[in-house]
Ligand binder design. Structure first.
Ligand code: BTN
Length: 321
């Protein structure tokens, strides 16, 4: 677990103009030795960042690498009591916030996760510097029964935010409960973990992974995309991180038991499964039928082959071939 250093952020910001920069000049700009610059370059290369190093010319990045800057994110999120931490490397931002509890709302970002967690105990690919790996921890003022609905509402808000920030030719869709897809490919995932506290209140850890600047990655088994693959632009993640933290916060604090009602139409227009033949893996059982949207609690409605409609509050869905 390593916190992000200001010098690493500054170095990457300078190199993000994609010109060659000589080690001595970089050292002078940062007020450190040429050897210290070389060490940082090596560290970045070990994380898998492509940096050319040519004698007499210096170092050059092949794509901008604007690292996460907590000063910018804290300011732009407009949450004065937020405890925000950004790591260069961590096992998982969700695991960190599960262990490390503060009384104020917390957010944790990382450039690289060694053990990024997805739903159903899957790994979440988390290459250095490319995507958003964010967890937000807050206390829920409602009872746990609203959790399912809240997780759908957060998915909707994240879709709306991404569409407002970037020009995406098509609408983002949501695969129940909260996988964010673009043209059948996964763009983002949400993993919510809940802790019941001694006083009976509930602390939520809302983890979001969004593929941003990633254009190639070996170890992802399902079809995926990223904002850069869609827009062909390099994205500075700082504004997005700030907006995400503010929006999750807002959504969780304003959500109550009736809350999902005013998200229903917004859900319907993004409902990826609606009308499709699906299989839901629910504990050890599989249920097949046609997806018919969600109910007022955010549960999935499936019409079974015998015509009966059933509701499900959890499980993994796949499209039938
Ligand atoms: C999914 O399976 O779709 C959920 C993926 C959630 C990934 C994010 S990345 C930030 C946070 N930390 C983790 O270890 N997981 C979540």
């Amino acid at each position: 677990m390593k916190k992000l250093s200001l010098n690493l952020i500054k170095l990457c910001n300078i190199l993000s103009d994609l010109n060659f920069h000589d080690g001595t000049a970089l050292g002078e700009q940062l007020g450190i030795s040429r050897a210290a610059i070389w060490k940082m370059i090596q560290k970045l290369q070990n994380y898998g960042v492509t940096i050319q190093s040519i004698k007499g010319k210096g170092y050059q990045l092949d794509a901008p690498l604007w690292l996460l800057d907590t000063k910018i994110i804290q300011e732009e999120s407009n949450l004065s009591d937020l405890e925000l931490t950004a790591f260069e490397e961590i096992d998982s931002t969700n695991s960190y916030l599960t262990q490390y509890k503060a009384s104020s709302p917390q957010a944790c970002l990382a450039e690289y996760q060694t053990l990024g967690k997805g739903r159903f105990d899957r790994a979440w690919a988390s290459p250095f510097g490319q995507n958003i790996y964010l967890s937000v921890a807050l206390r829920l003022h409602q009872d746990m029964s609203t959790l399912g609905g809240l997780s759908l509402a957060i998915g909707i808000k994240v879709c709306e935010l991404l569409e407002n920030l970037y020009t995406l030719p098509h609408l983002l869709s949501l695969k129940w409960p909260n996988d964010i897809l673009y043209e059948d490919k996964k763009l983002a995932g949400i993993l919510i973990e809940a802790q019941v506290e001694a006083n009976g209140s509930c602390r939520l850890i809302i983890g979001i992974g969004i593929n941003i600047n990633m254009i190639s990655q070996q170890n992802i088994l399902t079809p995926w995309t990223s904002i850069k693959r869609i827009t062909h632009k390099d994205i500075n993640r700082n504004n997005l991180a700030a907006d995400l933290i503010a929006c999750i916060h807002d959504c969780a604090n304003s959500f109550d038991s009736k809350g999902l009602a005013h998200y229903q139409t917004r859900w319907n227009k993004r409902d990826y499964l609606h009308g499709k033949a699906i299989t839901l893996k629910h504990f050890k059982n599989g249920v097949s039928g046609f997806a018919e949207g969600i109910d007022a609690q955010g549960q999935l409605l499936i019409k079974l082959p015998n015509g009966e409609q059933k509701t499900f509050s959890s499980g993994e869905t796949t499209l039938q071939k």
